[in-house]
Design a protein. Structure first.
Length: 297
């Protein structure tokens, strides 16, 4: 049963999605650095182990029986698989592609989410929402200027990951009534089992510092996923998912603060388009909520 969004819940959903994108941007930078030394399965094993430890008190509070005895378990299994595969595809992609190019492909996700939300969730998406989504994606392309030259088959990796990420968002919306701790636990367990199965074949003993960084990946990722899950419970997928474009803005700010990177004019222009698109989506949603409230009952 879907939770009907209100004006306050929609605002909260947008805020949570913005915060989650900031956390994901931190993960992206750390992941790109760590995957140069450690295999994808090893990264996922250690990060999911750390996330599980962080979630342990919440899991005890909710109870294992509540977490696993969920209605429609096949949806939870599909969602967990999409989550694990999407993360694996991202780390796999940045082994071959620049981070900016990979993120550009992934930020096509809102277009897939909007299409899936029409087909599977029967959500109404106006032409204005479509226009804002397309304009936002144009801003992403302007900001990162993905080249795609000389990568060949490797470009299929982030495209596949983008579709998986869209599927994750749709399944999360489909399970909107589920406790968020249960949702994140299913994701963490799925990633841990994947790492446990494949990490021994390419294990690299990590230094203490690297081990702590790998653990931090899991903790930050868990927080980010909880933010996305709660955002999708509060508002329709077609409304909050376009705010994932703001990950480019965070990437520019963090790159300048930590690495001294001065953004090119194309990044500034693209980020401006993305923000303008997000603000337009926000204003249109407020108009829709006011119109619905004004309708006679």
């Amino acid at each position: 049963m879907n939770i009907p969004p209100t004006s306050d819940r929609t605002l909260a959903g947008i805020g949570l999605m913005l915060g989650a994108m900031f956390l994901f941007s931190i993960n992206d930078v750390m992941g790109k650095w760590l995957v140069a030394t450690y295999g994808v399965a090893q990264i996922m094993l250690i990060r999911s182990f750390a996330a599980g430890i962080m979630l342990a008190p919440a899991i005890r509070r909710v109870g294992w029986r509540t977490i696993w005895a969920q209605p429609r378990p096949w949806l939870h299994v599909c969602r967990a698989i999409c989550s694990t595969a999407e993360v694996g595809f991202f780390y796999w992609a940045v082994m071959y592609l620049p981070l900016a190019d990979t993120v550009a492909f992934y930020l096509a996700g809102p277009i897939f989410v909007t299409f899936f939300s029409i087909v599977f969730l029967k959500e109404h998406v106006s032409w204005r929402h479509w226009l804002a989504i397309v304009i936002g994606f144009v801003g992403v392309l302007v900001a990162v200027s993905p080249s795609g030259d000389g990568y060949g088959w490797a470009v299929l990796i982030p495209i596949g990951g983008t579709i998986l990420f869209a599927g994750l968002n749709i399944l999360t919306r489909k399970l909107a009534g589920t406790d968020e701790i249960a949702l994140v636990t299913w994701q963490v367990v799925s990633a841990f089992l994947f790492g446990l199965a494949f990490a021994p074949f390419q294990w690299v003993p990590p230094s203490l510092f690297d081990f702590l960084c790998l653990c931090l990946l899991g903790i930050v990722s868990a927080w980010a996923h909880m933010g996305v899950n709660r955002a999708l419970r509060y508002a329709p997928a077609a409304v909050v998912v376009p705010y994932q474009y703001t990950i480019i803005v965070w990437a520019v700010l963090l790159g300048f603060l930590f690495f001294g990177d001065v953004p090119a004019w194309s990044v500034v222009m693209g980020s401006t388009i993305i923000v303008a698109s997000g603000l337009y989506m926000f204003m249109r949603e407020q108009v829709t909520v006011r119109d619905q409230a004004a309708e006679p009952r």
